[in-house]
Design a protein around this ligand. Sequence first.
Ligand code: ADP
Ligand code: ZN
Ligand code: ZN
Length: 662
Amino acid sequence: MNIFYYDIAVGLPIRQCFTYKSPVNIKKGKRVVVPFGKKTLVGVVVRKISQPNSFGKSGAIKEIISTDEEFVCFDKSIFNTILWASDYYHHPIGEVFFSFMPTILRKQSNKTITSLNEISDYEVNESNKSFKLTKEQELSLIKLKKIKKFKPSLIYGVTGSGKTEIYLQLAEKALKENKSILVLVPEINLTPQLVTRFKDRFKGDIGVYHSRLTPNQRFKVWLRSKFGEIKIVIGTRSSVLMPFENLGLIIVDEEHDQSYKQSEGFRFSGRDLAIKRAQLEDIPIFLGSATPSLQTLKLVQEKKYKKFDLLRRIDGKKPPKLIPLDITDSPLIGGMALQTMSIIGETIKKGEQVLIFINRRGFAPLYECDNCGWVASCNSCESNLVFHKSKNRLICHKCESVYRINKACPDCLSEELNVHGSGTERVEDILSTAYPKVPIIRVDYDSTRRKGSIEAIYEKVHNSEEAILVGTQMLSKGHDFPKVTLCIILNADGGLISPEINALEKISQQLIQVSGRAGRNNNLAKVIIQTRYPNDLNLKQIKTGDYQLVANQCLNLNKSLSLPPYSSICILRTTSSNPKSSLDFLNRASLTLDNRNGISLIGPLPSIPLKIKGNIRNHLVIKSPTKTYLNRVLKFLIKEFEIWPESKKVKWSFDIDPYDMS
Ligand code: ADP
Ligand code: ZN
Ligand code: ZN
């Protein structure tokens, strides 16, 4: 009897595969069940090996229990993208496989899994295409449609310039060639709008895939897509490796968006994985944005990507400029200056809508004793509690712990407790008192958590005449609000003067994205930014609304300072219950890398906040001239960690191409 040996990855945080044997010839990428200690686990076949070497004698090697399905779970290009990702992000391979496996497949089951036989046909709804393309759309589409192989394209289009129309026409072409389409969006809340646009254009099923669906719903989409029963899937970063029968193109909408980067666990970038996948499948990929990332713009400069400009809105107008409103000497009511209040009043009187952007949820960020200065803070995080009026509770935004409101100060027993500062709830509160008849619509994490809530909110906005929308960054992204003619930006100063190395890129994207929400089809739209730094040099550039100008400046600066995208960064992060262990580990890492050619280090530093859920957090920034060199250095470092006593006392992780630098 023939015996075959296989390296199997299991879904555990272990940086290695395990060798098993089987009399059956199994393809790589297949799901198997294997004995593991006293348990049995689901694993994935990574490779067939000729001679087992990991455990010496072949007798000690255990046998694979089952290889249930007929189908290969991870086809070649997806499989190879996963191997690449595990290597690039230095993340345990089994966990990477499991990240892209529907939850139902991560467990053992007795059911036979096959295709569902619910095949969808597609047809173009021609009546949905009644308008003539703009010159810019037409010129771009002619060229974009000619791209047949892997050559990433940036569709640089100001908000409202008709990017989505371009996606629809590219999708139409792919469908006609019997190919499938993957569309990625950065956030769940952006899916309904795009799904509606696709449904209006194409008769046929559109698969939707994100974390707010049940495991069964997601599994169904996964199966139908894998077996070619549906040809269009729209989803968040978790759908980047969705299997398709004949994938023809990938669209990454709002490619610059921070939400493509997973912020914990396996910290991958959905956009970058999409690009890798497109490269391995040799298919076109289209990155769309009004404020592209510096990384993408650099690759355009180097002619590795092609750029297509849509610089005018559909109505031919340029997007509105930003008007700074100096609030240095103004008293603020709930964060708003009197002048701001009066212009809001004028706008709604005209039956128009106002959008207020404030990057803070809850009612007020501080709950304080006016007598002694005590501030309510979380017991397990180094973080002040935020007052939520709707719940009448104090909430920690780092760990979501909920606290009752103190009647008296725990330090001095005074009852002079007060809230300070403002968030979305407070702005909503003040405006609903000032304008009791006007719908005030709050859009933040708290108001959109429930399934279907974002759809209800958008419907209310679209059905109202005058209305005021108050929201966090959620409001600044991708959504169309045709009746909004005034945007107000509160509280952006923190971003303008932040010392973070990617601060200017972040704040300019955010401000230009918010401005983009105002006055589509409206000449008179205004965007006002309240600030104490009206003469700030960066603000002067951002306010022109010309993102390319700001981005070029960022690129030049980062080039001269050898910052990303002209170098590569990894943040080595630690958490530990013991502050000394955390620093000992990072200090040793820092000493080890100190003399390495080309590597520069910042830290060890305390992370912000220093403590979350009782754990102390620190980090070391590691900068390398290239990605390849960084990868080599990190591999060396992992080998070192394996033998250090210091690494046993901390939980460490790498954050490659970090978005959050603190
Ligand atoms: P973007 O994705 O760049 O924000 P959209 O594609 O959503 O822009 O276009 C904005 C609006 O203009 C949509 O309602 C869309 O249907 C409409 N639109 C797109 N292209 C045209 C066109 N050529 N003529 C008229 N309306 C258009
Ligand atoms: Zn007190
Ligand atoms: Zn907390």
